[in-house]
Structures are given as structure tokens and as C-alpha cells.
Design a protein around this ligand. Structure first.
Ligand code: SF4
Length: 477
């Protein structure tokens, strides 16, 4: 049950561990500084407001989506309703054929990653080039995003030098400024030649029909204005009621994601170019994607998973993500948010280990700018996994184990005796080695797997119960 091969490699890779820790550590520090009470006194109030706006919107999603459609059309754009990734790809391929389009430029979009859009288009020989620097590096390296905000977080400048050198056939270059220059030169040509620009959307404003993009590299603006056709692909949960709601979300998003009060570019796009305007596309389409979202919406408790604004703060603060990295999760959404949405989109039986890959420390919920109760949802998903597993015969042994455990827990003296025996055994030299040397019948099945991944720390000199007893005696209680 659970990932093994790559996961073990990640833990053993000191360079990768250092890259993950350094990058997430920087993001943690940045966030901490920009949400500090002295800098943003109403931070907690903003989180409460963001949660309330999202809750209200999800409860009235049908109303706001129709309002959004009306306003997109009012500005000359078109809305395309897509059930799944297949619908998105079919529409794009049909449009590309009609307009004789051959090249697509894309700005960063986790939604398009979610539906494997590039791969779907490539199958029909429509080239889609990523223009976000991190995404561009990953496209060259044939890798999936490692993090929802910083997709190439795991790569050092030396790794990037290798990727550029191999794929672009240029001499190695390890200076970051020069690497950026290399990518810029290649991508400028792509922008100039592209027929279609595909973006995602951070927010969709129902009241005005605008799509809002929050970026740092300027490629979002080039994607949405240079090609003759602009397509925005967005999940239906990205809608917010009014433009004034952005005052709440924009204050939270940059801070939670990268520790910036605002990202470098905040772009609002409302339909195609008007008559008097110089820049902008001739055609604008908003592709609204369901792909399982309405299934989540139907669950009143877990529906809050759709509040996510993809800031990545829960990943940065998660002790599990910081050890196992982004590629050991089964889908493009990694970390705590991936752990709660993947089972809901794909079904709890597909990767049943996923909701259990958490210490439930609660750091994710503490930092989530829209106050999603991630640990609570993880517990609900665990219950669902267990319920589903009760049908399987393979879990009988596990159930027996838990029944035995419950029985011991109900008998305090027995529990204490077990503690004394356990600590005596483990105090005898290196505990892990000792267990390994236990008779073969103990070192198999779940116990073997457990031991292979964990260190057994030396037991404390006194158990909690002993300490408690002594304290009560000393206090005369
Ligand atoms: S769940 Fe919350 S913290 Fe995690 S990415 Fe979404 S909004 Fe950010």
C-alpha cells in the first residue's frame, strides 16, 4: 500500500532533499514576513472573508457561472462548457483546424496540466509551447510539475544547464541570468509565430466577465495579447462574484504563495480586442471545465476543497511534502491539497494510501488563506477508504490487528506491561538492528515494510505514565 521505489530514492537523494528544503524554506519565510501582524494586521480577518466568499460562491455556483457567461458574451467572448479534458482538447483541435493554426503558446496553468492538454494536442500534431520559465524547463526535460506554484522547484541551476545543453544543443550555462536570457530568446520567437495563446485563470469575475491572471514573468500578458486567438481554460470553481472580492484574494494569494504583497503582474482580460484598441486577440474563448468538480460540489462537507486558490502554502509547510517532494504523489496536485482532491476526483480506492500519508500536524490548515480544513477532510477520506476496504478480504488481518490493539488499550495494566517489555527490548543496543535480528517470522509482511522506512528511536528513560505518576506524587495529588 503506497509508493515505494521513487519515494525511497527521493529520501536518499541529498541534493534533492536540499533543493526541496531550501526552496520551500524560502517560501515559508517570505509568507511569514508578509502576513505578520505588524505588516498585515487584518490577515486573519481576510482569511475569514475569503472563506465566506468562497462558501457563498460554491453554494450559488450555478447562478454565478451563468452571470459570468452573460458578461463574457457581452464583451464579445464565447464560453465553452467542457465536461472533461477530452472536450477541451476537441474544441481546441477543431478551432485550430478551422483557423489553420499550427503553434500554440501557453502560460502556466495547473488546470491544463490536470487534463494532460499538451499531450492530447501533440497527438494531433499541434505543438504547444510552455512559456512560464519553470514550465518551459520541465517541458524540455519531459517532466511534470513538482509544485503547483514553483513547478521546477526541485531543479538546481546545474540541472537546468544540463537540460538546456542537451535539448537546445548549446554549451552548458550555469548562470541564472544567462539561462533566463536563453529561454527568453527562444520563447520570443514562439510568441511572434504563435497562432493561439492558451492561459489558465486565477479568478473569473462573474459580475464583469473578466478573467484574472496573477503572474511574475510577463509571459501571461504576451500569451493573452499576441496571438490572434486567446483561449482561457479554467475550472468552474475559479469564479468569484464581484471585482471588489479581488481586494481580499489578491492580498492573500501573492503573500501565501511567494511572500509577495502582490505578484509582478495582475492581468485582467475581458474579451477580444475592441475596435479602438491596439493590442489583443481577435477571438476570445473561455473554456469552463468540470472534470469531476460537480461531484465534489455535491458533498456538503468536502465541498470546501473547491475553495483552493492554488497558492501552494500547504505544500511548503507540509513535513511530508518537504521530505518526499512532488513527484511521489499520484497526480499533478501534490502535497495536502493533492491529498484531499485526488481521492475525490479519482475515487478513494485508486490510491488508498494517499489520505494516510499525513502526520495530521495541521500546518496546512493553519496557513491556508481560504481556511480549508484539510486535516478534517483527510480524516473523512480515511474513513471512506476503510469503509471501502472492509469489503476486501486482504484487510482482515489488519482489522484483527486493530481489534487486538483496541483490546489492549482497554486494559491499562496490560498496556503498561507491553510498554515495559517494549522499552526493555529497544533499550538493548540499536533498536532497529535488534528488530532486524528478530526471528524470521517477525520480520515479514507489514512489520518488515514498516521497519524498512523508519528508524526506531531509543526509548525514553521513563515512560509518560511513570512521569505522570511521579508528578502527581510530588504534587501530593
Ligand atoms: S489548500 Fe489552501 S494552502 Fe493549499 S494550495 Fe489551496 S489555498 Fe493554498
Amino acid at each position: 500500500m503506497g509508493p515505494t521505489g521513487k519515494f525511497v530514492e527521493t529520501l536518499a537523494d541529498a541534493r534533492l532533499q536540499s533543493a526541496i528544503y531550501t526552496a520551500t524554506g524560502r517560501l515559508i519565510e517570505g509568507r511569514k514576513k508578509t502576513v505578520a501582524p505588524g505588516v498585515l494586521p487584518d490577515y486573519q480577518e481576510l482569511r475569514t472573508q475569503a472563506n465566506a466568499i468562497k462558501r457563498h460562491t460554491m453554494e450559488n455556483l450555478d447562478h454565478y457561472l451563468l452571470e459570468l457567461e452573460t458578461n463574457v458574451q457581452r464583451h464579445g467572448g464565447k464560453v465553452v462548457w467542457c465536461n472533461d479534458g477530452g472536450d477541451v482538447a476537441d474544441f481546441i483541435l477543431r478551432l485550430a483546424k478551422e483557423r489553420r493554426a499550427h503553434l500554440v503558446v501557453k502560460s502556466k496553468s495547473m488546470t491544463s496540466e490536470e487534463i494532460d492538454l499538451n499531450e492530447r494536442l501533440a497527438k494531433h500534431e499541434l505543438e504547444a509551447v510552455e512559456t512560464d520559465l519553470g514550465e518551459y524547463i520541465l517541458q524540455l526535460a519531459h517532466q511534470k510539475p513538482y509544485h503547483i506554484v514553483a513547478p521546477a522547484l526541485h531543479l538546481t541551476r546545474y540541472d537546468v544547464s544540463d537540460v538546456f545543453s542537451e535539448r537546445l544543443e548549446i554549451p552548458p550555462e550555469t548562470e541564472i541570468d544567462k539561462q533566463t536570457g536563453i529561454a527568453r530568446n527562444v520563447l520570443r520567437e514562439k510568441f511572434l509565430a504563435a497562432d493561439i495563446g492558451i492561459s489558465g485563470a486565477n479568478f473569473l469575475v462573474a459580475g464583469s466577465g473578466a478573467i484574472v491572471l496573477v503572474t511574475n514573468e510577463g509571459n501571461g500578458r504576451l500569451t493573452t495579447t499576441m496571438p490572434k486567438i486567446h483561449l482561457a481554460v479554467a475550472g468552474i470553481e475559479k469564479v468569484i462574484p464581484r471585482e471588489q472580492d479581488l481586494a481580499v484574494f489578491l492580498k492573500l494569494l501573492g503573500r501565501s504563495a511567494t511572500g509577495q504583497p502582490l505578484t509582478v503582474y495582475t492581468t485582467m482580460v475581458s474579451g477580444p480586442r475592441r475596435q479602438a484598441e491596439i493590442d489583443g486577440p481577435d477571438e476570445f474563448y473561455l473554456l469552463l471545465l468540470d472534470a469531476g468538480r460537480t461531484k465534489l460540489l455535491a458533498d456538503a462537507e468536502k465541498r470546501q476543497s473547491l475553495y483552493c486558490i492554488r497558492c501552494g502554502a500547504c505544500l511548503n509547510h507540509c513535513p511530508v511534502y518537504r521530505k518526499i517532494g512532488g513527484h511521489n504523489y499520484p497526480w499533478v496536485y501534490s502535497g495536502p491539497i493533492g491529498q484531499i482532491i485526488t481521492p475525490q476526483y479519482h475515487g478513494v480506492t485508486k490510491d488508498p494510501w494517499l489520505p494516510f500519508a499525513s502526520s495530521l500536524c495541521g500546518a496546512c490548515a493553519e496557513v491556508c488563506p481560504v481556511k480549508i480544513e484539510i486535516p478534517k477532510i483527510l480524516l473523512q477520506l480515511r474513513t471512506e477508504v476503510n469503509r471501502a476496504k472492509q469489503q476486501e478480504s486482504g484487510t482482515r488481518l489488519e482489522r484483527l490487528g486493530f481489534q487486538l490493539w483496541a483490546w489492549v488499550m482497554k486494559h491499562p495494566r496490560l498496556f503498561e506491561l507491553g510498554g515495559v517489555i517494549g522499552s526493555t527490548v529497544l533499550s538493548n543496543g540499536d533498536g532497529k538492528e535488534y528488530i532486524r535480528r528478530l526471528p524470521g517470522w517477525m520480520n515479514f509482511g507489514p512489520l518488515k515494510g514498516w521497519i524498512s522506512q523508519r528508524d526506531l528511536p531509543a526509548p525514553a528513560a521513563k515512560s509518560f505514565r511513570q512521569l505522570w505518576r511521579e508528578r502527581r506524587e510530588n504534587n501530593g495529588a
